[in-house]
Ligand binder design. Structure first.
Ligand code: FES
Ligand SMILES: [Fe+2]
Length: 400
């Protein structure tokens, strides 16, 4: 039976942790609060170390609205700085990536070396009276940690260390990423018309796998699919018990035994969700790291990196790339669907659609249980100071 407007608008008869208000995806004030209380406060995946292969290699990117530059120094150490000139604030590095021993700001030509020190101020004798000097004009350093080849940054100098933040959540990745050097073999950037949390949710709830033709064949038809359990770590990171999938059920696809990544059985699948906006998926011969740069409540840059073995033969690389793209390429059979579905939600709920989203599946914390999404929103609520089930009412009360 359909529902009247009054019935439809009613709060669900569920525990608050079992549903969210769809305002959390669309409200500009909530987005601004997320930026301060979540994105600027936690560790963020920046890039893979293979993207900074040589001394002086750099990359720029925006995180929580702040322009950053990450660079490999002559000592091999990867460092990050706020990419904004100490003089008047201009972007110092304007290329997306490159190699440089020093940077010159285009505006008035202040110069910086790649340790972030200011090395030249043109005609600086005019600052003698005011005391402006190179020694006190370095770039702002941003905390940087490299684990298993992945580079993470944190804008909050007082936040817990990366190891404390991630805890044991990388335990499934250690044998895969710790054995041989890996490198980025594919990089896709998608601007998605959906809130960033809708994109993270598809990595945290596998009930949606009905969406994917290939997942229905390769994963849902394989033994153990529904039995594997989620493991939830402190700070709302999560992993799923590994399972072996059956690629060969798709005509023309192979089981991928030959080039299986270290530490895996043929067909093995692993997934690691890192709060709030990063997901690492291992799919036998390839792996993928997804991260997001939210531009606003309704627009998100989704960056996806495919990884292969560094230095492998051209034939092996071609096979690995094929495996990656069969699933995850722009025309792959899985990836685009995980963009279309969040966009379908966002388009409907941005004004006048369903007021609540349900995360009320309980299957003993097994595959299609919503337990990781509930953990995510418990952490989200703790950091935001409002419940995802009732964000505006609580915010209004807090403001009174
Ligand atoms: S803003 Fe960079 S030198 Fe003036
Ligand atoms: Fe999916």
């Amino acid at each position: 039976m359909s529902r009247t407007e009054a019935e439809w608008s009613q709060r669900p008869r569920l525990a608050p942790r079992e549903y969210v208000s769809t305002q959390i995806y669309t409200d500009p004030d909530i987005f601004a609060r997320e930026r301060e209380r979540i994105h600027r406060a936690v560790w963020k995946f920046a890039c893979h170390e293979s993207e900074l292969a040589s001394v002086n290699d750099f990359r720029t990117f925006d995180h929580a609205g702040t322009p950053l530059v990450v660079v490999r120094g002559p000592d091999g150490v990867i460092r990050t700085f706020v990419n904004s000139c100490s003089h008047r604030g201009a972007l110092v590095v304007r290329e997306a990536a490159g190699n440089a021993a020093h940077w010159t700001c285009l505006f008035h030509h202040w110069m910086y070396d790649i340790s972030g020190a200011c090395t030249a101020i043109p005609r600086d004798q005019a600052y003698a009276e005011s005391g402006v000097c190179k020694a006190e004009s370095g770039l702002r350093a941003v905390r940087t940690a490299v684990r298993l080849g992945m580079v993470f940054v944190n804008l909050d100098d007082t936040a817990p260390a990366f190891d404390d933040y991630v805890g044991d959540a990388f335990e499934q990745l250690e044998p895969v990423m710790g054995a041989e050097p890996l490198e980025v073999i594919q990089l896709y950037r998608n601007v998605v018309n959906a809130n960033w949390k809708l994109l993270q949710e598809v990595q945290m709830e596998l009930y949606h796998e009905n969406l994917h033709f290939v997942n229905r064949q390769v994963a849902m038809g394989a033994p153990g699919y529904f039995a594997r359990k989620w493991k939830i770590y402190p700070n709302a990171h999560g992993t799923l018990e590994p399972m072996q999938q059956k690629y060969e059920v798709i005509a023309g696809w192979e089981q991928r035994a030959e080039k299986t990544l270290p530490g895996l059985k043929p067909g093995e699948f692993r997934i690691v969700d890192l709060f709030p906006d990063t997901c690492i998926i291992v799919r036998t011969t390839v792996m993928r790291i997804d991260t997001m740069v939210p531009f606003g409540p309704d627009k998100t840059l989704l960056e996806s990196r495919g990884l292969g073995i560094k230095g492998e033969s051209a034939a092996d690389r071609a096979l690995r790339t094929k495996h990656h793209n069969q699933y995850w390429g722009p025309f792959g059979r899985n990836y685009a669907e995980d963009v279309i579905a969040p966009e379908a939600v966002h388009r409907a709920i941005k004004e006048g659609g369903t007021p609540y989203g349900l995360f009320a599946r309980h299957e003993d914390e097994r595959g299609q249980d919503d337990v990781l999404v509930r953990s995510f929103y418990a952490e989200w609520g703790r950091r935001m100071g409002v419940a995802a089930s009732d964000p505006k009412a609580r915010a209004v009360r807090a403001a009174e």
